[in-house]
Design a protein. Structure first.
Lengths: 112, 115
């Protein structure tokens, strides 16, 4: 069955450092992959989309990579700030329905 | 302006009751969705709906039914509520998946507690 794995342990980093979050998937050939941010008590907020023919996508301090051979996406936040503290969700989608399936998310905590 | 709004934010009800959650989007999106987030924080698709097609996740009990009076609204009706239905329910909408900035816009969620 399709599986999406994100590190269940919280990632703690110091302000100003680069945070790197990992998303691995199995039994899946996604046409694209989205990343979302979710704060406690709120709905997920869309951040970035990367397609299967793209290796890397950037938006301001965010960078996403997509390796279809490794079946992995990495999400980077450079110059991290305490306001970046949240849960980050990976959501790959197949080309049929284009409906993303969400991973459980990784909690990021940025310490001042 | 709230892009995707759902009501109520909290809903506490007894087992066996029937309840509805309302959702409205003012983004002009063609497709709307209902997701369920359980206690383990997994977000699972329940329904996807546009004016052409309803896609139902086959694992969703038929006690759950979406109702769409128009393109901007997708309500969720739940009959004979069970304890296991307790979760946070999110409404979302999206535009054409071919767009470069294709992403889902979520509402703030409805926390349903069945007692």
């Amino acid at each position: 069955s399709q599986k999406i794995e994100q590190n269940s342990e919280a990632l703690n980093i110091q302000e100003g450092k680069t945070a790197t979050l990992t998303c691995n998937y199995t039994n899946y050939s996604p046409a694209y992959l989205q990343w979302y941010r979710q704060d406690p008590g709120r709905g997920p907020v869309f951040l970035l989309l990367i397609r299967e023919n793209e290796k890397e996508k950037r938006k301001e301090r965010l960078k996403v990579t997509f390796d279809t051979t490794l079946k992995q996406s990495l999400f980077h936040i450079t110059a991290s700030q305490p306001a970046d503290s949240a849960t980050y969700l990976c959501a790959p989608a197949s080309g049929g329905s284009y409906i993303p399936t969400f991973g459980r998310g990784t909690s990021l905590i940025v310490h001042p | 302006d709230t892009a995707v709004s759902q009501t109520p934010k909290y809903l506490v009800t007894q087992m066996g009751n029937d309840k509805s959650i309302k959702c409205e989007q003012n983004l002009g999106h063609d497709t709307m969705y209902w997701y369920k987030q359980d206690s383990k924080k997994f977000l699972k698709i329940m329904f996807s709906y546009n004016n052409k097609e309803l896609i139902i996740n086959e694992t969703v009990p038929n006690r759950f039914s979406p109702k769409s009076p128009d393109k901007a609204h997708l309500n969720l009706h739940i009959n004979s509520l069970e304890l296991g239905d307790s979760a946070v329910y999110f409404c979302a909408s999206s535009q054409d998946p071919g767009r470069e900035d294709y992403g889902y816009t979520f509402g703030s969620g409805t926390r349903l507690t069945v007692v």
